[in-house]
Design a binder for this molecule. Structure first.
Ligand code: NAP
Ligand code: MG
Length: 391
């Protein structure tokens, strides 16, 4: 592993550089403010009159529309949601200065060929391993969120040095910058969110909840056990790995973990994980997601609606209302999470308007509605290159 810290930074690499940050959401806001505080000349490129435009102005930053912001910029960071980056790029590419650096915080659009930058640009990746609000907060506290760094195209011979100087500007070298490739960052990121972080963890919680409820236990008790208490375990893992978790749980919990855990997440599950990884690496997932976006996301919207229309959500809304400390606003929540939170709030409101959600859920039969996912059609082996060609 190649790990860079503050001493490895070439301070001249971005000296006096003008940096355009496109997007003022989770990452965009954090990068723009941190870079400005580090001393860079920063302009934020956002849609006129949008939420980002207003907020960036309020927070003392220079703002311009994306097409204007990139004019004369030495480095352009594309920090808007991945599915809309291709379209934005079409609109700004003619304004990019020859020899400028194009920077991403996730490799999807470059790795899968959605954006094909001109040959005279440096193309790099600086991906903080945390959400924007953490990137900002840690920077303000004199620390930094670790980042991944990759170079896809080195037109000037300075791509790597510039990327590292940018990571330094947002605080990343304080936490350490690990060298990777666009392929590794993109594929591990997609796999992680699908199999473990978002897809895997939520399905584990829901299936555990359903198992208890179907066996006749109270949904509220099942909710606390399978969802609420997960935080304690995740915090321990996050802070000190398996060893710290073992220190803080009972002997009985440990014995159950060691003897039953591998029966739940077993070889069959691992084989399925391998298949999911294969779909990521072959580009099959990317093709599906690109097609879904091109068609206006019909399947995605349906699945999202089904995902939050579950008993665990109704029970949870009622119980969380009694724990006001959970309702603290999370700054810079990404759009998808916001949509989910809004749907959750609407659901909680509906539940409160009738009778207590908890009672309502208890009165309902323990419905377990497995998602009916359409099996994917078998297709020829694909690759990132095949996705690029098809796009
Ligand atoms: P985000 O918060 O969803 O971005 C919001 C910003 O994008 C807003 O300024 C919004 O404009 C702008 N925007 C949205 N749609 C647009 C469109 N069609 N045209 C122009 N601007 C548009 O994005 P993010 O979560 O920071 O992600 C940015 C990049 O960082 C992505 O590549 C992502 O994969 C990567 N990343 C994210 C995280 C994370 O924790 N969020 C972590 C690591 C890497 P308005 O202000 O006008 O609404
Ligand atoms: Mg899920």
């Amino acid at each position: 592993m190649k790990l860079y810290s503050q001493k490895d930074v070439d301070r001249k690499a971005l000296k006096g550089a003008r940096i355009a940050i496109l997007g003022y959401g989770s990452q965009g806001r954090a990068h723009a403010l941190n870079l400005k505080d580090t001393g860079f000349d920063v302009v934020v490129g956002v849609r006129r009159g949008g939420a980002g435009w207003k907020q960036a102005r309020r927070e003392g930053l220079e703002v311009a529309e994306p097409g204007q912001a990139v004019q004369g910029a030495d480095l352009v960071a594309v920090l808007i949601p991945d599915p809309v980056q291709k379209e934005l790029y079409q609109g700004i590419r003619k304004g990019l200065k020859s020899g400028a650096t194009l920077l991403f915080a996730h490799g999807f659009n470059i790795h899968f060929g959605q954006i094909k930058p001109a040959k005279d640009l440096d193309v790099v990746l600086i991906a903080p391993k945390g959400p924007g609000d953490l990137v900002r907060r840690q920077y303000q506290e004199g620390r930094g969120v670790p980042c991944l760094l990759a170079v896809a195209q080195d037109a000037t011979g300075k791509a790597h040095a510039r990327a590292l100087a940018y990571a330094h500007g947002i605080g990343g070298t304080r936490g350490g910058v690990i060298e990777t490739t666009f392929a590794e960052e993109t594929e591990t990121d997609l796999f992680g969110e699908q199999a473990v972080l978002c897809g895997g963890a939520t399905e584990l919680v829901v299936k555990g909840f359903e198992t208890l409820v179907e066996a006749g236990y109270q949904p509220e008790v099942a909710y606390y056990e399978c969802l609420h208490e997960l935080k304690l375990i995740v915090d321990l893992l996050h802070e000190g790995g398996l060893a710290k978790m073992h220190q803080f749980i009972s002997e009985t919990a440990k014995y159950g973990d060691l003897t039953r855990g591998p029966r739940i997440i077993n070889e069959r599950v691992k084989n399925e994980m391998r298949k999911v990884l294969k779909e990521v690496r072959s580009g099959r997932f990317a093709r599906q997601w690109i097609r879904e976006n091109a068609q206006g996301r019909p399947n995605y919207q349906k699945l999202l609606a089904e995902d939050i229309d579950r008993q665990i959500e109704r029970v949870g809304a009622g119980l969380r209302a009694r724990m006001p400390w959970l309702q603290q606003k999370r700054p810079g929540a990404p759009a998808a999470a916001t949509a989910r939170a809004v749907a959750g709030r609407a659901m909680a409101k509906r539940a409160a308007a009738k009778r207590p959600a908890a009672k309502r859920a208890a009165a309902k039969p323990a419905a377990s509605k497995p998602l009916k996912k359409k099996p994917l059609k078998r297709s020829r082996p694909e690759s990132a290159a095949a996705v690029r060609d098809a796009a």
